[in-house]
Design a protein around this ligand. Structure first.
Ligand SMILES: CC(C)(COP(=O)(O)OP(=O)(O)OC[C@H]1O[C@@H](n2cnc3c(N)ncnc32)[C@H](O)[C@@H]1OP(=O)(O)O)[C@@H](O)C(=O)NCCC(=O)NCCS
Length: 236
């Protein structure tokens, strides 16, 4: 199977802006929460490459919808997203884990060998003395707000870290966008995920960052550079 560089599949975002429409959970958000609590209706599963291909439009809409919010403020494009996600279907070692409410995909998380990701990501970690072939890179985790706070984020990490161990990776890493505490778009009730990541055993690597480009919600459609902070933990 062809292994593609995920970063090449993810060029700087320019041009058309799509609002990232996502269907409401069946019965509305409050009922979705109640149903999940009452019936355990949420399921988490790792997709095969074929299933990833079939789910591409849903996964694209999901990413656009969730990353539109602070801190990412990502003004995504459905066609472009499908290209990005297609790379996961074509990366031999990659995993895509989804959360479903019935048949509806409401969350997803990705991971792949670091070598399949951006050369800049590899360079940043290599400069710190890490060998790329030892690193498992967690790409993103996204869950619709109605389904948060019920352990799906933990399940996403559990599944991805298990896949990394199964591929004999020593480290698990990811990076997260850096925003100043006084960013004008930060909602008053925003709670950073840093405590969650620390409880999962991850630590930020001081000064280890990479630049990643995307167009922001409310911007002129031109891609802007964003600094991303690396986090890492041992898998062994
Ligand atoms: C990351 C995300 C998938 C986690 O999903 P989740 O199912 O709510 O996570 P869990 O229920 O497993 O909870 C994980 C931890 O986050 C904390 N948490 C839950 N909701 C939270 C919120 N709204 N804000 C901050 N922390 C929250 C919980 O306290 C929990 O911590 P603990 O169990 O260690 O005490 C979800 O928050 C999300 O989609 N966020 C937006 C996208 C994003 O920023 N992704 C991460 C970078 S790619």
């Amino acid at each position: 199977m062809e292994t593609r560089d995920l970063r090449r599949a993810l060029p700087a975002l320019r041009g058309a802006h799509h609002p990232g429409v996502w269907p409401a959970p069946p019965g509305g958000q409050r009922r979705a929460r109640a149903r999940v609590r009452a019936m355990g209706a949420l399921t988490v599963a790792t997709l095969s490459a074929g299933e990833v291909r079939a789910a591409l439009p849903d996964l694209a809409r999901l990413r656009i919808s969730v990353f539109r919010a602070y801190p990412y403020l990502y003004a995504g494009d459905a066609d472009y997203e499908q290209g990005y996600l297609q790379a996961y279907a074509e990366s031999a070692g990659a995993v895509v884990v989804v959360a479903r409410d019935g048949d509806l995909i409401v969350g997803a998380a990705t991971a792949a060998p670091l070598e399949d990701h951006a050369p800049e990501f590899t360079a940043a970690l290599q400069a710190e003395g890490y060998r790329p072939e030892t690193i498992w890179y967690c790409g993103e985790s996204v869950l619709l707000p109605a389904y948060r706070g019920q352990g799906i984020g933990h399940a996403f990490f559990d599944a991805r870290e298990a896949a990394g161990r199964a591929q004999a990776r020593v480290w698990s890493a990811f990076c997260a966008v850096m925003r100043p505490p006084d960013h004008p778009a930060r909602p008053p009730d925003y709670a950073p995920l840093d405590p969650f990541w620390r409880r999962r055993g991850y630590q930020p690597l001081p000064g280890v960052t990479a630049a990643f480009d995307w167009a922001e919600v409310g911007g002129d459609g031109a891609a802007q550079s964003h600094q991303m902070q690396f986090w890492i933990r041992a898998l062994t």
